[in-house]
Design a binder for this molecule. Sequence first.
Ligand SMILES: [Zn+2]
Length: 326
Amino acid sequence: MPDTWITNEQSRPRYRAECPLLWRSPGVAQLGEGRLHRVLPLDQTSAQWLLALDGLRTVAALRAEFADREPGPAHYAQLLWIAAESGAIDDAGAMPQAWRLMSVSERDAASADHSAALLTLGSSTLADQTVTLRHSTRFALTGAGVRSAPVSMTVAIITAMRAAGLTFTSRLEEAHLHIIVGMHPVVGAEMAAIEVSQPAIAHLFVAAYGDRAVAGPLVIPGVTSCLRCSYLHTRDADHHWAGVSMQLHAAISRLPQLPIDRLLAQLVASQAARLARAWVDSPVVVGAWRNLAYEIRLPDGAVDAQARPAHPLCQCQWVLEPAVAG
Ligand SMILES: [Zn+2]
């Protein structure tokens, strides 16, 4: 992945100890060990030069420095490029925009995420962008499940979303993403009705009951399938579902607390956070998040990704034809 920061004369390359330089054999080194690791021929002098990059000198200063160094400037330029692509160096002069808005403790917590993003994306610039995108995305919790789920469920969701780098707000009108905590993982008629009245912002369905939990779909109005689509597909598969789901909803609405296993709450919250982050990261990283739900069943707790396609009868995917005058 070509990265432009290393070609910028004012960038200040800094070696990151999180991406260790390992010797495979004399004269052959390996940078890091993850997906982006690189194996390259390397002599001791070049290795020491790379490890000594401390972020104090600019690319322009380094170019002047290696102009008359053996084996030549092209060798060092290439070494910088490879190190940048494997996440072994970043730009000490840059930082995520979001860090300016964070408290010291938030920044400390986010710095390990940032290091991991560097090793995942192999780009100082992209790592900065993803951290900022995540932090500037605010989420709020809503839905009947917020009141009737055990506190462990709502705490698990908020904790997981924060771990994904998103920012919690208690004000629905401020949020970019509504987490709708449902009463039951299978969407009933009442949730389908709520979908229609939901404000036109991103929303993500999360629910758990007994042996089952679901995270998703993540609904982007006009772009993805919605909860009404999910309901219509379930109703097609079970012609009694409309009536049964009404009775189920009435019965579980009377419960003082929904039966939600604490571990299942943690597992489903993690899936919800993963889905939300795939969407938030999507301007930078290509990932699957559209029309998907993740179902988890006890006792094994394995995650099953399920397609949640749009339903032909749901108006959410209808393209409105302009009225033709005359
Ligand atoms: Zn729909």
